[in-house]
Design a protein. Sequence first.
Length: 90
Amino acid sequence: MTLDSQDLKALLLETDEEYRQLVTKHQELDGRLHELSAKTYLSQPEQIEASNLKKRKLQLKDRMEEIIRQRRQHPESSMATEPHTSLDRH
């Protein structure tokens, strides 16, 4: 059975702890980025923070996409993925 992208993402959210943690962290960073972007003026430290948040969000998104690709390539494998590096390594 082939799942479309939205169904696969929903399934991963329910069954894959790493994927769920990545999504949660991505949403947290996105929220902070929206807070910063709502400001009229960003101080230099805030500009640096915004830049770092964007980079980190991309890293998280890349990892989420990697999990999706792996699941598509090996649909018969267990939904649990092996633990990888910590989410807060950067």
